[in-house]
Design a protein around this ligand. Structure first.
Ligand code: C2E
Ligand code: MG
Ligand code: MG
Length: 427
């Protein structure tokens, strides 16, 4: 028994669920098993103290127990996590109403000693018998659904689906494979050309990481970079990218390609590392490269604005001559108002915008407007994801400075990239 709420605790809860499954099975009924997690509960403890937090948990557990019917079982299976098992009638809409009743119960304002609190919850739910026939299956699948609802930002209920579990397992496999990947030399860099629009000449390349795993196959950076950011591996991986791209750029000068710019993608996490700027400068020095031949592509993120370190690292690097570009403009946290705060010279318009400029779309108006506005701020613009000649023509008409995309060249590995050919075309 949980001393605080008087509810069964984890071990008892699982044993009771086993019994409940057997009862429901014998009666030929259906049952909803739901894991309810109070969103950001740590904030309640942090702001109002643990005594207050405990009181809130007691109120919640009472509400959850009363939310439905007498045969509902509620247990506390973690700090702020509850397990609920409720038999439902077969005609009920997939247990949906039952789960909604739970969510509403959590979200009613709570009054503790005159302080009114509004909480939300994330719920992962499974249905017996279709989602699982044993208590263990029902709980692990409810956990998987809960994980998905948290991943989508919380404050939502989700029913289990097989696709999520496949995704979750892939994520676990990728995380495990990521640790030794650097040591096993599984990463490579591809280089995508960026062209100047005024004379059609090559401006330089963007280095893009590639990971080919012997069992998992090709894994996209969009899939593994966020995981590397979460477990800190982005620091050594990012340093490898930096050194590899410097080596490549130094190699290009052998072909007489001297004034090219190499762009690399930087995670906001790297900017929080106090040794980052020195690492950049050392890598440039080791390869006898000028700082202005190097461009760091950053993406807007709350870390950029909430940490002084990130902005001062960027400003310091900019002062040494390193170029800074803002990547993926238009999605996520991007805002024109914030542009003034960042020490950038260049802005990259996200490909999701460029994709639609050859149609009569809002994107067409936005991209034309952004180019004009960004020029007024004294910045240059790169359009990424240019796939069609019509898009190229429009960007040229609007005065966009540089273009990058499959129309002009796909990312290529160094052995495919024929630098002597590029040299000839530049002459
Ligand atoms: P990004 O920096 O915006 O890179 C552009 C992405 O668009 C690349 O995908 C590139 O292959 C793709 N792309 C280029 N031209 C076209 C086009 O014409 N059409 C379409 N549909 N796509 C095009 P990729 O290589 O899968 O990289 C995805 C993202 O992963 C990158 O977006 C970047 O944010 C991140 N990333 C890649 N390499 C690194 C790295 O070394 N470090 C960090 N921190 N992030 C990286
Ligand atoms: Mg980029
Ligand atoms: Mg981009």
């Amino acid at each position: 028994m949980d001393a605080l709420t008087g509810l069964p605790c984890r071990k008892e809860a699982f044993a009771q669920l086993e019994v409940a499954v057997n009862v429901v099975r014998a009666a030929g009924k259906r049952m909803v098993v739901a894991l309810v997690d109070i969103d950001r509960f740590y904030r309640v403890n942090e702001a109002l103290g643990t005594d207050f937090g405990n009181e809130v948990l007691c109120i919640m557990s009472k509400r959850l127990a009363e939310a439905r019917m007498v045969s509902t079982r509620v247990s506390r299976v973690g700090g702020n996590r509850f397990l609920i098992a409720m038999p439902v009638e077969p005609e009920e809409n997939g247990g949906l109403q039952a789960v909604e009743a739970i969510k509403n119960a959590v979200e009613r304002p709570i009054d503790v000693k005159g302080t009114e609190l509004y909480l939300t919850s994330s719920i992962g739910a499974t249905l017996f018998p279709q989602d699982g026939r044993t208590s263990e299956q029902l709980i692990t699948r409810a956990e998987s659904a809960l994980y998905q609802s948290k991943l989508q930002g919380g404050n939502r209920a989700r029913f289990y689906n097989l696709e999520d579990t496949i995704q979750l397992n892939r994520r676990i496999d990728i995380e495990a494979a990521l640790r030794p990947a650097l040591y096993l030399r599984q990463f490579r860099l591809s280089y995508q050309p960026i062209y100047r629009m005024s004379d059609g000449k090559l401006r330089g390349f963007e280095a893009l990481i590639r990971w080919e795993h012997p069992q998992l196959g090709d894994i996209s950076p969009s899939e593994f970079i966020p995981l590397a950011e979460q477990n800190g591996l982005i620091i050594p991986i990012g340093e490898w990218v930096l050194r590899e791209a410097c080596k490549m750029l130094a190699g290009m000068s052998k072909y007489g390609l001297c004034s090219l710019i190499m762009s690399i993608n930087i995670s906001p996490i790297q900017l929080l590392d106090p040794t980052f700027s020195q690492t950049v400068l050392n890598a440039l020095k080791d390869h006898h490269l000028q700082p202005d031949s190097f461009e760091l592509e950053i993406t807007e993120n709350h870390l950029l604005y909430t940490s002084d370190t990130a902005i001062s690292t960027l400003s310091w690097l900019r002062a040494t001559g390193v170029r800074i570009a803002l990547d993926d403009f238009g999605i996520g946290y991007s805002s024109l108002a914030n542009l003034k705060q960042l020490p950038i010279q260049c802005l990259k318009i996200d490909k999701s915008f460029v994709k639609k400029i050859d149609l009569q779309s809002a994107e067409r108006i936005i991209v034309e407007g952004v180019i004009k506005l960004v020029h007024k701020l004294g910045l240059e613009v790169i359009a990424e994801g240019v796939e069609y000649a019509e898009q190229y023509e429009l960007l040229s008409e609007w005065g966009c400075n540089y273009v990058q995309g499959f129309l002009l060249g796909k990312p290529q590995e160094p052995d495919v990239l024929d630098l002597s050919m590029i040299r000839r075309s530049e002459e």
